[in-house]
Design a protein around this ligand. Structure first.
Ligand code: SAM
Length: 234
């Protein structure tokens, strides 16, 4: 089974090529590294040079910055939407002693809603949990929850885990909606939910779920300019 259609693979490859050729000239990395301290640049580049992430370099910076910015908080980190572990590795590099709970089917998109989602069943099916475990084997405190979220959330409920950071990268309306029902009551004060694809035309369900969450709760959804990301602070 292949995770992405041929057309999507070509678009992804072209995007990576353009990013790699052009973006180093746009962002002043020395300055970012000075501002954020040693380590950030190296961590981002370690993941960026790999072939497992699906996000732009500014988005990787934002993830790593927010991992570090929430480092003083008590509470675990969760990622829903792990695929091959690209962004999970970036989080693991900056998480310190915090637990990292990783939720994914590790079999790609199992349920999609035809009316909202642009992804098809079976997209991202080329990830294997054994491979992701191997990729992240150098880190302590990583817990895998294989299956369709939130059906896989019972260990978190039983252990009464609270979260300092949740990274969502699920692309789908219902998955985002479910995560925005499950995690908010479990966030510590100052904790952050960060999501990819809030502004992506290919994932309209993410914006829809966040905007509904904002209307329902009054919480502000911050768009992170120049990227597709958004975040909510608790
Ligand atoms: C875009 S990929 C994640 C990419 C990854 N964060 C990265 O950049 O390295 C989306 C993933 O979300 C997963 N996914 C979406 N909804 C899910 C759900 N409700 N439960 C489990 N996995 C889900 C899919 O299986 C897929 O692997």
């Amino acid at each position: 089974m292949s995770g992405l259609s041929f057309k999507k693979r070509i678009i992804k490859a072209a995007r990576l090529f353009v990013l790699r050729k052009l973006k180093f000239g746009i962002v002043d990395y020395r300055n970012i590294n000075m501002v954020n301290g040693p380590g950030l640049l190296e961590d981002v580049m370690q993941v960026y040079k790999g072939d497992r992430f699906l996000q732009g370099i500014e988005e990787l910076y934002n993830i790593h910055n927010i991992v570090r910015a929430t480092g003083h908080l008590k509470g675990a980190i969760a990622e829903v939407g792990v695929y091959k572990g690209g962004t999970a590795k970036l989080i693991a590099l900056g998480k310190g002693a915090r637990e990292l709970h990783l939720f994914d089917s590790f079999e790609g998109m199992i349920k999609v809603s035809g009316s909202t989602d642009r992804h098809a069943k079976g997209d991202f099916a080329d990830s294997r949990i054994e491979d992701v475990k191997r990729y992240l084997s150098g880190f302590e405190g990583i817990y895998f929850h294989k299956g369709w979220f939130p059906e896989t959330a019972s260990p978190v409920l039983e252990m009464k885990i609270s979260f300092s950071l949740v990274h969502l990268d699920v692309d789908l309306y219902q998955s985002t909606k479910d995560a925005l029902e499950f995690f908010p009551p479990r966030m510590v004060p100052g904790g952050v939910i960060l999501s990819h694809d809030y502004n992506s035309v290919s994932c309209p369900g993410v914006k829809k779920a966040f905007d509904e969450f904002s209307s329902r709760t009054g919480k502000t959804v911050f768009e992170l300019g120049g990227t597709s990301q958004c975040m909510v602070v608790f």
